[in-house]
Design a protein around this ligand. Structure first.
Ligand code: PGA
Length: 252
């Protein structure tokens, strides 16, 4: 049913599928709402996260699970674009993501910084340079994330605001592939600092000191407007916001 994808159903099948999915969603929502009204909590928690969030979300979920052992958690990891369509389809209880678009009816609250930095392999000629101007990177090539990645959108917005026409060497799917591309010498990349904590410590990658960077973004916890959060989902939402506040306190 997604644009560009070939469907093997008949026209009537396609139309029926859309309605069947809507009915399933409504049945599920109705059942959850009834549980809520009875004061029951299914004890299930469906969390969808942007792939970049995965670098810290697993720890958050582990901490939450330790405090709430009866909760059954499912985690769906995907890039920003797929995450938005899952939210639109009302699949997750909560999403952890970059700034939600204004045209989606979401309730969202920011909980933590997401600095985007430029990374290079340690033998890059600019690895030890100070205060590099973007213009000094005019000859450089960048490995970039797939279209649909929030990191990629933010990087492109920043470069275009700065009037910097970056050169792309390769497009790779996911943060791990991008990091490996940079380690292999395919070029520089813009990534969230969360994704490279280990590699920077082990000096397998270095952070370039580029003027105007990091691009400072924030992470948000979001859910569909009008959705009735179960007590479990609400507990996790508060847990995430408190964990973000603790992390900011430690960093300051
Ligand atoms: P992504 O991260 O690049 O993995 O899609 C989400 C975001 O930064 O908005």
């Amino acid at each position: 049913e997604q644009s560009g994808k070939k469907s093997y159903l008949t026209k009537a099948g396609d139309a029926m599928l859309v309605h069947a999915r809507t009915i399933m969603r409504h049945l599920e929502a109705a059942s959850e709402e009834m549980n809520d009204l009875r004061g029951e909590d299914s004890g299930r928690l469906r969390v969808a996260i942007a792939s970049t969030v995965n670098y810290f979300a697993t720890q958050l979920l582990a901490d939450f699970a330790r405090e709430n052992p009866a909760v059954e958690i499912s985690l769906d990891v995907t890039n920003r674009e797929s995450l938005l369509s899952r939210l639109e389809a009302n699949l997750p209880d909560l999403a952890l993501m970059g700034k939600p678009p204004a045209d989606l009816d979401l309730v969202s609250e920011s909980f933590m910084d997401n600095p985007l930095i430029v990374i290079a392999s340690p033998d890059h000629p600019l690895a030890n340079a100070r205060r590099i101007a973007l213009a000094d990177l005019a000859e450089a090539h960048f490995v970039v994330r797939e279209p649909g990645s929030g990191t990629r959108v933010a990087m492109e917005r920043f470069f275009s605001e700065q009037g910097f026409p970056y050169q792309k060497s390769m497009e790779l799917m996911g943060n791990e592939a991008v990091k490996q591309g940079v380690e292999a010498g395919l070029g520089l990349a813009v990534v969230s600092a969360h994704t490279v904590e280990k590699e920077l410590t082990l000096q397998r990658l270095v952070q370039l000191d580029v003027d105007g960077m990091p691009i400072m973004r924030r992470w948000y916890v979001a859910y569909r407007k009008g959705k009735r959060l179960s007590p479990t989902a609400e507990a996790f939402r508060r847990f995430v916001i408190e964990a973000g506040a603790r992390r900011s306190e430690l960093a300051s």
